[in-house]
Design a protein around this ligand. Structure first.
Ligand code: ZN
Length: 186
C-alpha cells in the first residue's frame, strides 16, 4: 500500500541535506551526535508539527498541514473546526484551500501535502480532488484515518487520482502532541 514507509532512525536528510543540530541529549543525558540517533525531519514536516502545536495552543486537536510546490511551502494551516465553527476546517482542507488560492487555480498538480496525522476520509477526498502529487503523513490514525485504515480512499477502484503516499516521518512527535493534548483534557 505504501510507496515508502520511513522508520524512526532511518536515514533522512532535510531539504538542505544538512544535519542541523550536531548533538542531542540521549535518554541517559549524555550528549551524542544526532546522526547516531536519528536524522532530522524534513523542513515541511517540521512546519506541519509547528502548525499542530499552534492548534493545541488554541484548544484544537493538534494537527497541522503544509503544501509544498517546487520545494517551497505555499500554504500552512492547523486544525480549527472549533474556532471557525466549521466541522470541515481540518488542517489539510484549510491548507489545500490556501494553496489553491495562492496559485489561483483549483487543482494542485505537482504539489505535495505534508500533514502530522493520517488524513480522514473527507481530507483524503479533498486530496484526490486537488490532484495532490504526494502525501507525507507522520502518525497513523487507526480510528479516524482513511488512507491505511477505514475507507482506504486511495485504494478504491473508483478513486480518480492516487497520490504517492509516504508515512512515518515525525511519527513520534505527532503522536506525542496528540497524547499530551488528550491527557490534559481528561
Ligand atoms: Zn480530515
Amino acid at each position: 500500500m505504501f510507496d515508502k514507509r520511513y522508520q524512526e532512525g532511518a536515514a533522512l536528510i532535510d531539504s538542505t541535506g544538512e544535519v542541523k543540530d550536531s548533538e542531542v541529549e540521549s535518554d541517559t543525558g549524555v550528549l551524542i551526535p544526532r546522526g547516531m540517533t536519528r536524522w532530522p525531519l524534513p523542513d515541511p514536516m517540521r512546519m506541519a508539527l509547528q502548525q499542530a502545536r499552534r492548534a493545541a495552543d488554541s484548544g484544537e486537536v493538534p494537527i497541522g498541514a503544509v503544501v509544498v510546490r517546487d520545494g517551497k511551502v505555499i500554504a500552512a494551516a492547523h486544525n480549527q473546526p472549533r474556532a471557525m465553527c466549521d466541522p470541515t476546517a481540518h488542517a489539510e482542507v484549510l491548507a489545500i484551500r490556501a494553496a489553491a488560492a495562492a496559485l489561483g487555480r483549483e487543482r494542485l498538480e505537482g504539489c505535495d501535502l505534508w500533514v502530522s496525522l493520517e488524513p480522514c476520509a473527507m481530507c483524503a477526498g479533498a486530496i484526490v480532488h486537488a490532484r495532490i502529487a504526494r502525501v507525507y503523513y507522520a502518525a497513523s490514525d487507526p480510528k479516524g484515518g482513511a488512507v491505511e485504515h477505514g475507507a482506504c480512499v486511495f485504494d478504491q477502484p473508483t478513486c480518480l487520482h492516487r497520490p504517492e503516499v509516504y508515512s512515518g516521518m515525525g511519527e513520534a512527535e505527532a503522536a506525542e502532541l496528540l497524547r499530551g493534548f488528550f491527557r490534559e483534557r481528561r
